[in-house]
Write a protein that binds this ligand. Structure first.
Ligand SMILES: [Zn+2]
Length: 233
């Protein structure tokens, strides 16, 4: 067998820590490095349940590596109810990426305007108040607990690496993936995780996967993600 052919496990394995529960009672899970239960980086996906690309890619990369080599904390899906129902929001209809306790949090409904590929407007709640949702509260507690300096949050499908500070890791990721590095996504996002990170001194890189098939995304981006997961970035 060629050295380039790798075996991929059917399950992620390891023993994730349960850091909370979704609205529907599903466990919120985080994988921590086996060697030292201390990490400077959190990689997460699936805050928006209709962006399955992130969880699928992250699971794929995790199943390709030896978990003993993991150097980051990893959340495969931050919104498991959304992923199982195929909804952007959680089971309360809340956009979790507008539910953070930030100075710019707004009670106004979040409207995703129509475009050529999504002909209907989608209107979501930012929550009844900042951090009203159990998924947000649990993630806040986890961040308080593990205190990562860097969070990499995987979304789709804007096709860019978004980092307001253009950090070396973001530049590396942009080079490895061929996705352009941008300092913002061009529209305001009150109550977003990005706003929270900025206010709380946490470096956040938003990795926006492009519009592509799951097969293409796995083939194209797993190497860069494995580099991040194993601390080789
Ligand atoms: Zn998203």
């Amino acid at each position: 067998m060629s050295d380039t052919i790798k075996t991929i496990r059917g399950t992620i394995g390891g023993e994730p820590i349960i850091y909370g529960e979704s609205v529907q009672g599903l466990p919120l899970e985080v994988w921590l490095p086996e060697k030292e239960r201390e990490t400077h980086t959190l990689i997460m996906a699936g805050q928006h349940g209709d962006e399955a690309e992130g969880p699928v890619l992250l699971s794929y990369a995790l199943r390709l590596i030896d978990l003993a080599d993991l150097t980051c904390a990893v959340i495969v899906t931050a919104n498991p109810d959304g992923l199982r129902y195929g909804t952007r929001a959680n089971a309360n209809g809340v956009d979790l990426n507008r539910n953070w306790s930030t100075k710019n949090w707004s009670p106004e409904m979040v409207i995703y305007p129509q475009d050529s590929e999504n002909p209907d407007d989608l209107t979501l709640s930012p929550g009844t108040e900042p951090a009203s949702e159990p998924e947000t509260q649990a993630l806040l507690n986890l961040l308080e607990d593990i205190k990562p300096r860097l969070v990499i949050s995987i979304h789709s499908a804007l096709g860019c690496i978004d980092d307001p500070h253009s950090t070396p890791t973001a530049k590396w990721l942009s080079q490895e993936t061929g996705l352009p590095l941008v300092e913002n996504i061009g529209y305001p996002t009150p109550g977003s995780f990005g706003s929270w990170a900025q206010e709380n001194g946490v470096e956040l890189i938003t990795w926006e996967l492009p519009r592509a098939s799951l097969h293409e995304i796995k083939a194209k981006y797993a190497p860069a993600l494995i580099g991040l997961l194993t601390g080789k970035a």
